[in-house]
Design a protein around this ligand. Structure first.
Ligand code: F6P
Length: 362
């Protein structure tokens, strides 16, 4: 019997999460279903206090709000969860069976899991254990396969572009090179879109190992053409030819991913040493994850949420909602997480960058 539906938000937050929740709650309630939200990923299936009933009144006004009203975590893998034992030691245990039995006991017929590749992989593992799961693709990185775009990406690009715009005047006033490090993990979507739109001179992507010679040549060429300042946009996952991606280690306990960062500062120091130019670097960091979603992301997120409820009604499980313009479709979750979506180097966006004179480090 279709009566109770569960919704959770896992992994790093992204602008638009609340719009998905809004659409699921409004649409499912209109079908006569009850919607429950699980706080901090699967928390609500481990502890009843972390389960919250969501009525249409509860979601009024949340569309423009960034983050997620449910909270999120990227160290909450129920298949390998760090817990403290009685002796105060940390043990990694599998709580997936407990979650499965609580899900059934609580009478849910479906779980809408909003997440990036890590959270969707966990959702897929639960689907294989028998949980009827529907995935909704979220990440500012836009690195999920099988969907044109994830929600949150447009807002992150907009924030990064705005920041790059603002750097032009100060770079120009001081004849400086400004190096901006943006997020995106191993994919260069945010760097490429914001770098082109923000009028960068150099964009360094994880997809193209870069040569510092090429970067310095571009900056020197700017000088020759009487442009005494330059803007360099570096994706956090970019690496020099033969070099390694820079990271700050694993971060919190129970986290699988490395925390990337440091490449912007390193590139800035190399430019300063090689060219003797006054150079500054900045890391945009979590600014890109914050704030109100753009109209584009809001609408996309609402469409994802409404489509997820349609899929629940049609009982299309272990699938993710996919945006294949102009329509919303569904794809097996396995197809969306099989690899990370990278920038296509033969795409017209990359060609555009090259044709307008942007150096891509190669
Ligand atoms: O996946 C989204 C993302 O913002 C990446 O771009 C970034 O590398 C990572 O999350 C940062 O994670 P955290 O919030 O744990 O530092």
């Amino acid at each position: 019997m279709r009566e109770k539906i569960l919704i959770s938000t896992g992994g790093g937050d992204a602008p638009g999460l609340n719009a998905v929740i809004f659409a699921v709650v409004k649409s499912a309630t209109r079908k006569g279903w009850e919607v429950y939200g699980s706080r901090s990923g699967y928390g609500g299936l481990l502890d009843r206090d972390d389960l919250v009933r969501l009525s249409p009144e509860d979601v009024e006004g949340i569309l423009p709000i960034g983050g997620t009203i449910l909270g999120s975590t990227n160290k909450g893998n129920p298949f390998a969860m760090p817990v403290e034992n009685l002796a105060g030691e940390i043990q990694v245990i599998d709580v997936s069976d407990k979650i499965m039995s609580n899900f059934k006991r609580m009478g849910f017929f479906c779980h809408v899991a909003i997440g990036g590749d890590g959270s969707l992989e966990i959702a897929h593992r639960f689907a294989q254990k028998g949980m009827p799961v529907i995935g909704v693709p979220k990440t500012i990185d836009n690195d999920l396969e099988a969907t044109e775009s994830t929600f949150g990406f447009d807002t992150a690009v907009s924030t990064a572009t705005d920041a790059i715009d603002k750097l032009h005047s100060t770079a120009k006033s001081h004849d400086r090179v400004m190096v901006v490090e943006v997020m995106g993990r191993d994919s260069g979507w945010i760097a490429l879109y914001s770098g082109i739109s923000g009028g960068a001179d150099v964009i360094l992507l994880p997809e193209i190992p870069f040569s510092l010679d090429a970067v310095c040549e571009k900056i020197a060429d700017n000088e020759l053409h009487d442009k005494h300042y330059s803007i360099v946009v570096v994706a956090e996952g970019a690496a020099s030819e033969g070099g390694k991606v820079m990271s700050k280690g694993k971060g919190e306990l129970g986290r699988d991913e490395m925390v990337l960062g440091g490449v912007g500062e390193w590139v800035a120091a190399e430019i300063r040493d090689r060219l003797g130019k006054d150079t500054r670097s900045l890391v945009l960091g979590h600014l890109q994850r914050g704030g109100s979603p753009t109209t584009f992301d809001r609408l996309l997120a609402l469409r994802y949420g409404a489509a997820a409820v349609r899929m629940a009604e049609a009982e299309v499980f272990d699938h993710m909602v996919a945006w294949t313009p102009p329509t919303m479709t569904s794809v097996p979750i396995a197809d969306a997480i099989c690899r990370r979506k990278k920038v296509d180097l033969s795409s017209d966006k990359v060609l555009t960058a090259r044709e307008i004179g942007i150096c891509l480090g190669d």
